[in-house]
Design a protein around this ligand. Structure first.
Ligand code: IFM
Length: 705
């Protein structure tokens, strides 16, 4: 793999069949409404071509509910082309465009495409095929209805039509009868080339999908590829003006960070507050296209500080799915809101009780992600608190976020146990971020997050009372929380957060340090199958101190100022060799804490791990027989956080904005922008750690603005 235009382009030369799927992820295009995999035009379901529609879900009876791939409108086949002789593929991050040039034995093909950021229903392509004289090559372009589906088929009917030069396919999903219309119009450019305009609408868009898609195609054709491309480029330009981070002295890191931001941005919903960003972005149906805590803890921080409108949409998605969270709490016998571990469009939990299959017996393994990862509700409250603090957007509280935080506090109060003898609240039978240790007591991360959630809920509700007494009273009439506030306050004060033990180590959960202390290498040596699941009842890791992903260390990142640096260092050093980083969420937490401790070499290593995950494809692809490949927007967000919160040391809070840089030795300069409480700031750090924070006025070095 090579990069041209070093820090803005991904360029791959040569065609390797084994990399087709990886390139489908690497060369993704998208606009938050749909994501189009970076496979070639002639590729179909075998090569995992896909056009995933965000928020459009379907369930085939007896199978997992997952998002729907639309019929593929860019599909273009070649007959008589012969073998591939040479191939190159380029992704221009700055403009969100993919291009390919392929020399077959009998024809040379080139194309460029974009999924419009200016109009989320539209994708456009320019295609050129130059056959060798006399070669009988036939190029056909159409809409592919042979779809890559993990738990399909999702369309109970698919109807084709062609009218006024527009080809159309209308599909109706089996479960909810959602209508998906894909229309394509072709404009000949010369003897061997054409432009193609593809429009996608669904009945969830509030319009009649087929006429809307047909009209959009014709309108696009009339505008032309260049004009549409310019409007699209202008939107990407605006995105980059907000989120780009410039790193001088390290092109590798610069490219990896931009690439991470690109992947994150292409999945971001700018058009709607009814959808969020699934754990695999829009790259496929993996993880049922569901939204996890990944969004709140790993992606939202980027948007909150660079594009608060997107952040607001992500928060409103949780507000709109509160009913699902209430239903889930009630299902388990609790009060309040227990958000879905794997959330789909109505907040229904797509997470099954048996998420993994035992590779030895072929039997499903009971997992407790859905039932016991109660921290999800705290993660959402935490994100709302940070959003409110960093944007000052009070309206989101009135529009639903105050209700969410109250219902989450209520849930935690109903979940907790009050230990009379110890005079403290405890959270028993939970699963923390480390999914290899399920159903534990007093997971440090969970307890600390819940404490924060209770505090945030009380602060927000107090503020609501002061600043919007009518809204406060209306909320109280609706859910009657006022009488419970004191109990939540008391619980926040008396909730047990495991302190460091005699060795200075914060135990991940009760009894953690009594588990077998085996090295990761030795544990892996015990495996009988390369994809066997290490968690669950019989998993090799469950009886040991090996953890799947950052847990205590993630807590230390979030609550750094709770502990002396020495304790943080000790715990980082303790957990680092015991952590498998089996989740793409893990590496950034280690990078963030290491950077704040001044261990820039370690921080850099973990930063690069998180920033390159979608470039190298070096992530877990299978758990048991479950395919979990795709893109990793949480790691993408983690890459930004590692630089901005880690190396640059940006903090917000009661002291305002502060920057305490610790750049890697070879970095000469880091520059980025944020928006804090409505004011845009430009932050510029040089290799001597001199900081310029520019807003309406300039400030020097680390001082609050
Ligand atoms: O949310 C994560 C979880 O923490 C680990 N397994 C994968 C999920 C989706 O990324």
């Amino acid at each position: 793999m090579k990069k041209t235009d070093a820090t803005w382009c991904l360029h791959v030369e040569g065609f390797r069949p084994g990399e087709v799927e990886l390139n489908g992820n690497r060369f993704m295009l998208g606009n938050g409404y749909m994501g189009v995999r970076g496979t070639l035009e002639e590729h179909g379901k075998v090569q995992r071509a896909g056009c995933l529609l965000n928020g459009v879900y379907d369930q085939v009876p007896g199978k997992w509910r997952e998002p729907v791939n639309a019929p593929h409108g860019l599909f273009t086949t070649l007959e008589g082309a012969g073998q591939i002789v040479a191939h190159e593929q380029t992704l221009d991050l700055r403009r969100g465009r993919m291009a390919r040039r392929t020399r077959y034995e009998n024809v040379s093909v080139s194309s460029e495409r974009f999924v419009s950021l200016d109009d989320v229903h539209l994708m456009c392509m320019r295609y050129h095929a130059a056959p060798k004289p006399g070669a009988g090559v036939r190029v056909r372009t159409g809409i592919d209805t042979e779809l890559w589906e993990i738990n399909g088929p999702h369309f109970k009917s698919l109807e084709r039509d062609r009218r006024e030069g527009v080809e159309s396919v209308v599909g109706v999903t089996g479960e909810l009868g959602i209508v998906v219309a894909v229309c394509a119009a072709v404009e000949p450019l010369d003897a061997h080339g054409f432009a193609k305009y593809v429009a996608v609408y669904t009945s969830l868009d509030g319009v009649d999908p087929l006429p809307a898609a047909r009209a959009k195609c014709l309108e696009a054709k009339a505008s032309g590829y260049d004009a549409l491309g310019r409007a699209h480029d202008a939107c990407w330009d605006a995105v980059w003006r907000r989120c780009d981070v410039e790193i001088e002295g390290d092109d590798e890191a610069q490219f990896a960070l931009r690439y991470s931001l690109y992947q994150l941005q292409l999945a971001a919903p700018r058009h709607s507050d009814r959808v969020s960003i699934p754990a695999r972005g829009l790259s496929g149906q993996v993880y049922k296209g569901a939204v996890f805590w990944d969004t709140e803890l790993f992606m939202l921080p980027v948007f909150t500080l660079t594009d608060p409108r997107v952040a607001r949409n992500l928060i409103m998605y949780r507000c709109h799915t509160l009913e699902g969270a209430r239903a889930k709490a009630a299902e388990y016998g609790y009060r309040g809101a227990f958000f879905a571990w794997e959330s789909q469009e109505r907040g229904n939990d797509a997470c099954t009780h048996f998420n993994v299959t035992d590779v030895f017996t072929g039997r499903p393994i009971r997992t407790y992600f859905r039932d016991k990862q109660i921290h999800i509700s705290a993660d959402i409250v935490y994100a709302i608190g940070a959003y409110y603090e960093q944007t000052g957007d009070f309206s989101v509280l009135i529009d639903g976020a105050a209700e969410v935080v109250a219902e989450c506090a209520r849930f935690f109060y109903s979940y907790a146990y009050y230990k009379k003898d110890k005079q403290r609240y405890e959270l028993l039978d939970v699963t923390g971020p480390d999914e290899y240790h399920e159903r534990v007591h007093n997971n440090a991360f969970t307890n600390r997050m819940v404490k924060a959630a209770l505090d945030i809920a009380c602060v927000i509700l107090d503020r609501l009372e002061r600043e919007a007494p009518d809204a406060h009273a209306a909320l109280d009439r609706k859910i009657g929380f006022r009488a419970e506030l004191d109990a939540w306050r008391e619980m926040a004060q008396r909730l047990y957060v495991p302190p460091p033990d005699a060795d200075g180590i914060i135990p991940q959960c009760d009894g953690y340090r009594a588990l077998e202390d085996v090295s990761l290498e030795e544990l892996k040596g015990r495996m009988l199958n390369p994809t066997e699941y290490l968690g669950g009842g019989n998993g090799l890791a469950t009886t040991t101190q090996i953890l799947k992903q950052a847990d205590v260390v993630l807590m230390l990142h979030l609550f750094f100022s709770d502990y002396p640096q020495e304790t943080i260092r000790k715990n980082w050093e303790y957990y680092e060799p015991r952590c498998e980083h089996g989740s793409s969420l893990s590496a950034c937490a280690y990078a963030l804490v290491a950077a704040r401790l001044g261990d820039t070499d370690w921080a850099y290593r973990y930063f690069m791990q998180t920033a390159t995950v979608d470039l190298t494809g070096a992530s877990t692809q299978y758990i048991g027989d479950l395919y979990i490949g795709g893109t990793h927007p949480a790691a993408n967000g983690g890459a930004w956080m590692s630089v901005v919160f880690g190396f640059a040391g940006l903090r917000t809070g009661t002291e305002g904005l502060t920057v305490t840089p610790r750049l890697p030795a070879h970095w000469q300069r880091v520059r980025f922008r944020i928006e804090y409480r409505g004011t845009p700031y430009r932050i510029d750090i040089d290799s001597d750690a001199a900081v310029v924070i520019e807003a309406k006025r300039k400030k020097k070095s680390g001082q609050p603005v």
